[in-house]
Design a protein around this ligand. Sequence first.
Ligand code: UD1
Length: 343
Amino acid sequence: MSLTDKMRVLVTGGAGFIGSHTVIALEEGGFNPVILDNFSNSNKSVLNGLKSILGHEVVCVEGDSTNKETVRNVFDQYAIEGVIHFAASKAVGESMQEPLMYYRNNLGSLLTVLEVMEEKKVGLLIFSSSCTVYGEPENTPVTENTPIKPAASVYGNTKQICEEILHDVAAAKPFKIISLRYFNPVGAHTSGLIGEFPIGVPNNLVPFVTQTAAGLREKITVFGNDYPTPDGTCIRDYIHVMDLAEAHTAALSYIAGLRTSSFYDVFNVGAGRGNSVLELLNTFEKVNNQPVNYQIGARREGDISSIWGNVEKAKQVLGWEAKRNLATALKDAWRWQQHLSES
Ligand code: UD1
């Protein structure tokens, strides 16, 4: 590879929320992204948003990452040199109702991608994992050494199994792999041209907040105010999606520069601070000057009380840390919601 060549990176699930923002971070970081997405939980209009932001079309193949022929063809056609694997189903509730679909999709896509990587002798991989692997932790913040808990959902279990697969593969074969354990990604690209596209009623907090502020939903229910936290509502580590996106380029650059032939490690990727649901709502109202109609309701089954990440390891090893605060993320989320409402 000459110095001017940009590494060609397959981004499975690259039309999704985190994937599309990572495509921008990759371009800005000097990589050449190629999206593979089946659009099962994403919207084709994201390609227009990416084009407006980047000033050129992004290469996108419509197809399923569980299909080996499809993945092989993308590797051949675009001479792929590294992979960021996002493609997976992610709704915790749905995973309990459709376990087979979740195991097939989330394990199947990873196995397919790994098999094709082995075939094509491509060993660089970044995988989307989740802080859900820590369950309800005894101590916060959690570090990468915090014990993994038996998964509380099928979705969570798929992430744990995928991490084990990756560990075993890198122990035996010339693969350099990083699993990034995401905390709660929120916000949108600051242009307001791409963001999260919830299909149907949003499961996650911030899209529900922005839709309520926009008048698309009457009110938001805060799930429980009797948790053992200062204001009684749950605490999470909300990270701006562009910060999260940039963690992928840092991780990919890191493994690409390693001299060893095999490597596997896990990193927490969060903002490194916890905010309660009420703090988030109040911040949203303040920074956007928009009232949000909310009520306190019952706890949601399966929710944990508090989690946030210690992100020192990513800072020390990858040279990455979150740069944007919650206020910026909530301003950007609102800008995106307004863009959606106008279009
Ligand atoms: C969950 C998963 C996470 C997964 C993510 C993907 C767990 C522990 N976490 O995150 O692994 O990657 O979904 O979608 O399984 N809330 C309300 N009202 C609402 C919606 C949410 O009060 O209408 C509260 C929740 O109780 C929670 C917080 O907002 O305290 C964040 O919820 P959400 O955005 O759904 O994310 P998690 O449940 O943290």
